[in-house]
Design a protein around this ligand. Structure first.
Ligand SMILES: [Zn+2]
Ligand SMILES: [Zn+2]
Length: 240
């Protein structure tokens, strides 16, 4: 069944959660190749054998290296969510009204495995609330099987298009995406002096820390939202 545009309550009745979903729908709009490129530019700032730690909302936690990554591209048929975005100045965009769309995500191998076991879709919320990660994240990082199951709920069908390439691009967005990548690395390198909210990314003057002192929040609302994911990895409360 082809559904219409996502149905949101009237603007005056939107709560914070509705607004967040709409924000990510718009942000992720046709954005998967850009998110793949952004992470590629980030990885390019490190040596190829640099360790990479993967932690998922399922509680998986392992270290691989950044060279174990590959790009997985799919040809998806008939998206089930059609979305129209009206911007200022008469500009508007549509997603999902085409017969086919391409989707790109990152894949990672677990140590000692010769095949991709983990998928990262950083634009999964272009499909709305269904694209939210299992721990409430605004992206999906989990098993490849879970990613396939998700795809089945948002499109009528799909085929693998190109699996296993190491790089994509070049693209007209590279200049600003490289800026983004450098900014992320700068933040990470200087995290002792410049904290940010682990949920929304906002820079923090007065960080509110989890008792483990590994993550910080802009306030208790975002601490609460992030807990579903963080509880799987919090050193002060290890539950799986
Ligand atoms: Zn926040
Ligand atoms: Zn913690």
């Amino acid at each position: 069944m082809i559904s219409g545009p996502p149905v949101h309550p009237p603007v005056e009745n939107l709560n914070e959660d509705d607004l967040e979903v709409i924000y990510w729908e718009v942000r992720g709009h046709d954005g998967c190749y850009r998110t793949v490129a952004a992470l590629q530019h980030f990885f390019d700032l490190f040596p190829t054998n640099h360790p990479l730690r993967i932690r998922t909302a399922d509680g998986e936690d392992f270290i691989t290296d950044i060279d174990s990554r590959v790009i997985l591209e799919f040809d998806l048929h008939r998206p089930l969510q059609i979305m129209h975005i009206a911007m200022g100045g008469g500009k508007s965009f549509s997603t999902g009204d085409q017969e086919r769309m391409n989707q790109a995500v990152w894949g990672f191998e677990r140590p000692g495995e010769e095949m991709v076991g983990i998928a990262l879709d950083m634009a999964s919320m272009q499909f709305g609330e269904k694209g939210r990660g299992k721990g409430g994240e605004n992206f999906m990082l989990g098993t490849l099987d879970a990613f396939y199951n998700f795809v089945e709920t948002v499109v009528a069908g799909g085929d693998p298009m190109k699996l296993g390439s190491k790089r994509i691009g070049p693209s007209p967005h590279d200049k600003w995406l490289k800026e983004v990548a450098r900014r992320v690395r700068y933040r990470w390198t200087n995290r002792e002096t410049g904290r940010w909210c682990d949920h929304c990314g906002k820079p923090l003057d007065a960080p509110k820390s989890c008792p483990c002192h590994e993550v910080f929040y802009c306030g208790s609302a975002h601490q609460k939202k992030a807990w579903r994911f963080h509880k799987k990895h919090c050193s002060k409360r290890k539950t799986n």
